[in-house]
Ligand binder design. Structure first.
Ligand SMILES: [Fe+2]
Ligand SMILES: [Fe+2]
Length: 189
């Protein structure tokens, strides 16, 4: 029998798995086309991390005795629609920063739910360690790119995608918070 707290938790875990897969594909494509050696190095590690996260969510669901349900997690596309397609590497990193911050915030919120099933708690905590590094390397690289693009241009791109994030979040990702909120009312199985 499933140890999950109903469809809400199954939807969340499926959503996480799907969004880690989209992240892996996004960073994998970038890692294969970007020639700057330093960026190539970090993007390859980032790609590997997101793939690993998708695997950990699959393992977690398997341990809990559930299969992923079909979910839509094309938020990267929604970000690009709201903020405009990035015109260069710096803008790709600016959109990435907004998205990674949102993911880390969502996982942190979920981790605060009481009586989480142990595999969910462990998986969230493991992934959060990597997500911290994702935000760190992307922020550091954006700073390193300031002399090339100009600090004002970099700051404007970060702000543009932060605004896109707020717009996308209000439209779609708020569903995540709502579902996490409903979990507070369940007792652990
Ligand atoms: Fe991830
Ligand atoms: Fe990440």
């Amino acid at each position: 029998m499933s140890k999950l707290r109903g469809d809400a938790e199954r939807w969340l875990l499926s959503f996480y798995r799907e969004s880690e897969i989209s992240g892996a594909l996004f960073f994998g494509r970038l890692a294969s086309v970007i020639r700057d050696p330093r960026l190539q190095f970090d993007l390859t590690r980032h790609f590997a991390d997101e793939s690993q996260h998708a695997r950990w969510w699959s393992d977690c669901m398997d341990e809990l005795g559930v299969r992923p349900t079909r979910v839509q997690a094309s938020y990267q596309d929604a970000y690009l629609e709201a903020g405009g397609a990035p015109a260069n590497v710096m803008e790709v990193l600016a959109v990435t920063l907004a998205f990674e911050k949102r993911v880390a915030g969502s996982y942190a919120a979920h981790l605060k739910v009481h009586d989480l099933a142990p595999p969910i708690r462990t998986t969230l905590a493991r992934i959060m360690e990597d997500e911290g590094w994702h935000i760190h390397w992307v922020s550091r690289t954006l700073r390193d790119l300031e002399p090339e693009y100009g600090p004002d241009t970099v700051a404007a791109a970060i702000e543009r995608y932060a605004a896109a994030d707020r717009e996308v979040y209000q439209r779609a990702l708020a569903e995540h918070d709502h579902i996490v909120g409903t979990l507070q009312h369940f007792k652990a199985a």
